[in-house]
Design a protein around this ligand. Structure first.
Ligand SMILES: [Zn+2]
Ligand SMILES: [Zn+2]
Length: 422
């Protein structure tokens, strides 16, 4: 007789909720924590936290080059990725690292950060609206524009450092493309053991005609007719204390000083709607609502901006016999009262296929028997597996034959003498 492995009813051996929530970046070595995906990207391109020194967050010097920054980021991201690091502050730390990297890996943002700190990146925070540029000088909708107009109109502080660089680049930061969501339905076992899926998505792709720039190929830029190439427009504002000249970014060329002939294929947007097939590697242990992040497979950014990410949201088909509870699987085995008394072997459908389960003699109705390590691989650590828990149902005949009745009467007599049944 096999060793008895019944565990008390209701106690799930080692059951813990699976580590879900943060997405796994299958292609990217170190994606940012992806919880934000459900609520939209964390404050867009300038989502930064107060009082963080990005260089010390990444542990690099202020003179570090891009390569050093990238390698420092990767190392830290691997260490603090919430799927790997279960410490309480790991996710927060991971976000800080990602924020720092987002800024320091971007030449433009980094240069602003170096000069003006975080306030520069936040724009709207320190330079609250209304004080300047309000007099019909154009619609400054992004924080970046407000930032620029502050320095541009503030009396010459702008042209030395940033003016040249930013004018040359087209005036405003190119927005990252939007993230995209794809709902992927998996069979029960596909979720348990992982799978490879080819999915077809439709989203904005980089325009092939202009390679994403939005500029008609073969044409060259012309000086902007509105600002004459300066990238700024000057207006005179009369106030009770005097007349001021105010400069603002040219609304026609966005400060670039030049205009381009738009690409006909994309209308100057630099991107076109396109379908694409993508192969997704789903890791073992995913569950319903798991999110997989595929970096750079969202919508292309406008006019050459960075692509957004694709979030694959998992749902899982039910299995008629197996019920998943995190890394554990529950099922029910029905045996007769005779087998419960004498013991038996039942075939149980597990994720590994049918497995023989020994039901010990004297098993009580409602007992849960444990099949260790027949459950679901733990997401992110597939060497660990959950268990399969089998709840034993015992059937008792509702209409015993007279022969059966007679036998049970005999047993009754027997046990009333020995008291073994009680
Ligand atoms: Zn184009
Ligand atoms: Zn202009």
């Amino acid at each position: 007789m096999a060793a008895r492995r019944a565990v008390a009813q209701g106690r799930a051996g080692g059951a813990r909720p699976p580590a879900m929530g943060p997405a796994l970046g299958r292609r990217a070595p170190a994606p940012r924590a992806a919880r934000a995906a459900g609520r939209g990207r964390a404050a867009g391109a300038v989502g930064v936290r107060a009082e963080a020194d990005y260089y010390s967050t990444l542990g690099v010097g202020r003179g570090a080059d891009k390569k050093a920054i990238k390698s420092a980021y990767r190392k830290l991201a691997r260490k603090f990725h919430p799927d790997v690091n279960k410490e309480a502050n790991a996710e927060q730390k991971f976000k800080e690292i990602s924020n720092a990297y987002e800024v320091l890996s971007d030449d433009q943002k980094r240069s602003i950060y170096d000069r003006y700190g975080e306030a520069g990146l936040k724009g709207s925070a320190g330079f609250g609206g209304g004080g300047f540029g309000g007099a019909g000088m154009g619609d400054f909708s992004s924080p970046f524009d407000i930032f620029e107009s502050f320095f541009g109109g503030g009396g010459g502080g702008f042209d030395g450092g940033m003016g040249g660089g930013m004018g040359g680049r087209g005036g405003r930061a190119r927005a990252k493309g939007e993230d995209e969501r794809y709902d992927l339905r998996l069979d029960f076992l596909e979720a348990v053991f992982g799978c490879e899926k080819e999915i077809s998505i439709s989203r904005m792709d980089k325009c092939a005609t202009c390679t994403g720039s939005g500029v008609k190929p073969g044409t060259s830029p012309r000086a902007c007719s509105t600002c004459g190439g300066s990238g700024q427009v000057i207006s005179t504002v009369r106030t009770p204390i005097g007349t001021f000249q105010q400069a603002a970014i040219c609304p026609n060329c966005n400060g670039a000083g030049q205009t381009n002939e738009g690409c006909a294929a994309c209308g100057g947007d630099g991107r076109v709607k396109a379908s694409k097939k993508i192969s997704i590697r789903v890791p073992p242990g995913v569950d319903k609502d798991s999110r997989l992040r595929v970096r750079g497979e969202g919508n292309a950014g406008r006019q050459g901006g960075e692509s957004g990410d694709l979030f694959v949201v998992i749902s899982v088909k039910d299995d008629p016999d197996m019920l998943r509870d995190g890394v554990n699987v529950n099922s029910t085995a029905t045996i007769s009262y005779v087998d419960a008394i004498l013991g038996t072997t039942v075939k149980v459908k597990t994720v590994d296929g049918p497995v023989d389960l020994q039901v010990p003699a004297g098993t009580q109705p409602g007992t849960t028997l444990l099949m260790a390590k027949r459950g679901v691989p733990r997401l992110g650590n597939n060497t660990l597996r959950g268990d399969h828990l089998v709840k034993v149902k015992v059937t008792i005949p509702t209409r015993p034959t007279s022969d059966e009745k007679k036998k049970v009467e005999e047993i009754k007599e027997l046990t009333s003498k020995s008291g073994s049944w009680l």
